[in-house]
Design a protein around this ligand. Structure first.
Ligand code: ATP
Ligand code: MG
Length: 325
């Protein structure tokens, strides 16, 4: 079956700055597809091109069989969007915003009544339906954005940073809404810079960095693909001296080593059960008391690190940014 969305060398330049660089993605119908990358990676710009809000500089995207360059209206008709920064309308009350949205989606009066009530209950804002959007918290406003998609049930739902700055309970609520939307039949593209969010929600993830696609696969395959798959985190009482660090680096089984903090080291290893005692012995011999040890599976941050040499946090600091006009 043809993919529901395909980007072909999709590229966007702002002046000389390349925000999205020859991106080739294939998104299958019915999947939750995560677009993961640090700030400035080009996620929102990619979504803007797919949704026909901005034109590609080069390449194109085919959305439900329609080329965004030659048939933007037909492509746009298949799509519903929850923006990174919710746009406000002239109507002000939560229920009015959703009613208005239901109306422009073409729902009849009776359908509107049923679906808006259902969506408000689903996002747990029925009791707050007469409040103004301005008086809601950031998390509640995001929920209203996602509720628009629940009402619309678009063939393709595009959601940009659904839970940025939202507490854990709010995150879970929004994740469940996104899953509900998929169960109703929408294909979902989700842009996020939160590793855990991409991991728990996505069927497949494309990792972007500086406008380019690094890798695309299921979260499990991404994690299984990195060498030195065992991870051992060691926290020490005080900063680890360079000499000791060099000694542990020299162990054969140590594939990579990250100094998360001066006293917090993350090892990527093969055969952690045999090498961890050796590392402990080196620390002990060099008078570096250990506070805690944790052995774990790789995370998507480790995948990112494997492909870029940077943690997501470092990449956020180091990624060059074009100046917005
Ligand atoms: N209208 C614009 N004019 C100039 N530069 C832009 C414009 N929009 C985006 N950019 C630049 O393009 C790059 C990619 O931005 P984009 O918003 O797509 O990143 P992102 O991955 O969505 O990041 P974030 O996680 O912060 O939302 C950034 O360097 C940004 O400054
Ligand atoms: Mg963005």
């Amino acid at each position: 079956m043809a993919p529901i969305i395909q980007t072909i060398n999709l590229t966007k330049k702002f002046g000389d700055f390349v925000a999205v660089d020859h991106l080739n993605l294939s998104i299958e119908e019915g999947e939750i597809f995560g677009l993961l990358g640090p700030n400035g990676a080009g996620k929102t710009t990619t979504l803007m091109m797919i949704t026909t809000v901005i034109k590609p500089t080069e390449g194109t995207a085919i959305v439900g069989g329609h080329d965004v360059r030659s048939e933007p209206d037909k492509a746009r008709n298949l799509i519903g969007i929850a923006f990174q920064e919710p746009k406000l309308l002239w109507v002000d009350k939560v229920i009015d915003v959703l009613n208005w949205h239901a109306k422009i989606c073409g729902l009849s009066k009776s359908e509107r009544k049923v679906r808006v009530k259902w969506a408000l209950e689903e996002i747990d804002l029925w009791d707050a339906r007469n409040k103004t959007i301005h008086s809601l918290s950031g998390g509640m406003r995001k929920r209203v954005e996602v509720a628009k998609l629940l009402i619309q049930r678009p063939k393709i739902a595009i959601i940009d940073e659904p839970t940025a700055q939202i507490d854990v309970v709010g995150k879970h609520r929004i994740w469940n809404m996104i899953r509900a939307l998929r169960d109703e039949g929408s294909t979902i593209i989700l842009a996020t810079n939160e590793l855990n969010e991409a991991d728990v929600l996505s069927d497949r993830i494309a990792i972007m960095h500086r406008g380019k696609l690094l890798v695309c696969d299921t979260p499990k395959n991404l994690k299984d693909s990195i060498p030195g798959g065992d991870i051992v985190e060691v926290k020490l009482e005080k900063e680890l001296p360079e000499k000791t660090l060099r000694a542990v680096k020299e162990l054969d089984e140590v594939v990579n080593l990250v100094k998360v903090k001066p006293n917090h080291i993350r090892f990527h290893l093969n055969r952690s059960e045999t090498v961890t005692p050796k590392i402990m012995e080196i620390f002990w011999r060099n008078n570096a008391p250990v506070l805690s040890i944790r052995i774990s599976e790789p995370s998507l941050d480790d995948v990112f690190l494997h492909y870029t040499g940077l943690t997501i946090e470092e990449a956020e600091r180091l990624t060059p940014r074009a100046k917005k006009p």
